[in-house]
Design a protein around this ligand. Structure first.
Ligand code: NAP
Length: 250
């Protein structure tokens, strides 16, 4: 069966950055569950990425791992190249890798500002650019950028993170405008609070307040978020759009 094609429910080869845990892991799982092939990127925790790969394989999924810091353009290029080497083409990219270094503006160091912008915004840009080069050549592909609701809400102690994620929103809309003529769709998903490693500290401190703001009285479900990203990847007529994923009203 031809397996490198998009559209019409075809199976796809997808690069998911930051897929060794948390939201990225669930997105990878959701793609694998539908029979798609997934390259799982991680930065430092190879063991964890290998465990995710093995679990996906045990469920019949097709997955490989590839390390690399998305903030490094050479590493981002290598991730795209690896996907093509493995499976002949890259059909989808989910830009999920991200980190936070929370500090109020008055206390924030240059390193904390730069690193968050480098990974969350520039890392998204590099992966998008190199994947887009491949996708434009074959005139098909999708890119889904995982931003954050904080891009729209802002927050205390996360100006670097909110600014980077707002940048991802602008990048998404610009990329959609530029790449549409190559049949490459670019959208962003803005998760609200999810209880992953990244969210653990905020959850420990503010669980009641966070829950209270959710009109459904519960957090977003990680597996549902994974399925939502897969669903979005299949919408052939949608590009340049921003989707909030949670029940806090902005
Ligand atoms: P997480 O549990 O901390 O996982 C982060 C993932 O990103 C890990 O796989 C990590 O790999 C990888 N990563 C970090 N820096 C990287 C880099 N420089 N290059 C490549 N990979 C890197 O985070 P999460 O909660 O799942 O968040 C995933 C995405 O959703 C992020 O973009 C985050 O901003 C966004 N988001 C999260 C929430 C939330 O409440 N959790 C809300 C809104 C948006 P290693 O383990 O190898 O470091």
């Amino acid at each position: 069966m031809g397996r490198s094609l998009l559209g019409g429910g075809g199976l796809v080869n997808v690069l998911v950055t930051g897929a060794s845990r948390g939201i990225g892991e669930r997105i990878a799982r959701a793609f694998c569950k539908e029979g798609h092939r997934v390259l799982l990127n991680y930065h430092v925790d190879k063991e964890r990425a290998l465990r995710v790969r093995d679990a996906l394989r045990a469920q019949g999924g097709e997955a490989e791992v590839c390390g690399g810091d998305v903030a490094d353009p050479a590493a981002a290029r290598a991730l795209v190249k690896r996907t093509v080497e493995l499976w002949g083409a890259i059909d989808g990219l989910v830009n999920n890798a991200g980190l936070c270094r929370d500090k109020t503006i008055l206390k924030m160091t240059e390193e904390e500002w730069r690193r968050v912008l480098d990974v969350n915004l520039s890392g998204t840009f590099w992966c998008l650019k190199f994947a887009a080069e491949e996708m434009a050549r074959k005139k098909s592909g999708f890119i889904i950028n995982i931003a954050s609701l904080l891009a729209l809400r802002g927050g205390v102690g996360c100006a670097n993170y909110a600014a980077a994620k707002a940048g991802v929103v602008g990048l998404t809309k610009s990329a959609a405008r530029e790449l549409g003529r190559f049949n490459v769709r670019v959208n962003a998903v803005l998760p609200g609070f999810h209880n992953t490693d990244m969210g653990a500290a905020a959850w420990a401190k503010n669980a009641e307040k966070i829950l209270g703001e959710h009109v459904l009285g519960r957090l977003g479900d990680l597996d549902e978020l994974g399925r939502f990203v897969v669903f979005l990847s299949q919408q052939q007529s949608v590009s340049g759009q921003i989707f909030n994923f949670e029940s806090r009203v902005v």
